[in-house]
Design a protein around this ligand. Structure first.
Ligand code: IDP
Length: 150
């Protein structure tokens, strides 16, 4: 028998991907989305937007109180963010694998952060992308960035 058409395979997961302001500023949005699509994931929603302090406080609540928290929020407010919902089986783990380690200096070549990122000597790690880290985070974050989808 022939394999099922990709379009009728069950879709197990969605994840929130953000191209952070450094990625948008450097003109890497297309390259980053290209990698997501080339991997085989589907773009379900894409929106260029300005984050707000309220949105970021909710999004990064787990990091409140850490030394990099305020620099992180300020960085995320420094320019537009490309918010994306990507879909596919195991896309949560799959996108984090595409993104690479948090620190772009040690992120493996072949990953978004490893190929395109570096240490800029700043208080916050500017590492081009965010990706949800669990199904719970994905549901919560998609609800924050795309309330109309839930
Ligand atoms: P992740 O984005 O790889 O999941 P998290 O630990 O959730 O990493 O941290 C959120 C973001 O905060 C990182 O992507 C990075 O931009 C920033 N960050 C994390 N740890 C540090 C740090 O030790 N110094 C400066 N910035 C950091």
């Amino acid at each position: 028998t022939l394999p099922a058409e990709p379009s009728i395979l069950p879709v197990a997961e969605r994840t929130l991907v953000l191209v952070k302001p450094d990625g948008v500023r450097r003109g890497l949005s297309g390259e980053i989305l290209r990698r997501v699509e080339a991997k085989g994931y589907t773009l379900r929603a894409v929106r260029l937007m300005d984050a707000t302090p309220e949105l970021l406080a909710a999004h990064y609540a787990e990091h409140e109180g850490k030394p990099f928290y305020q620099p992180l929020v300020d960085f995320m407010l420094s320019g537009p963010v490309l918010a994306v919902v990507a879909e596919g089986n195991n896309v949560i783990a799959g996108f984090r694998s595409l993104a690479g380690a948090t620190d772009p200096t040690v992120a493996a070549p072949g990953t978004i952060r490893g190929d395109l990122g570096r240490d800029w000597g700043l208080k916050v790690v500017q590492n081009l992308v965010h990706g949800s880290d669990s199904t719970e985070s994905a549901a919560r974050e998609i609800g924050l960035w795309f309330p109309e989808l839930v």
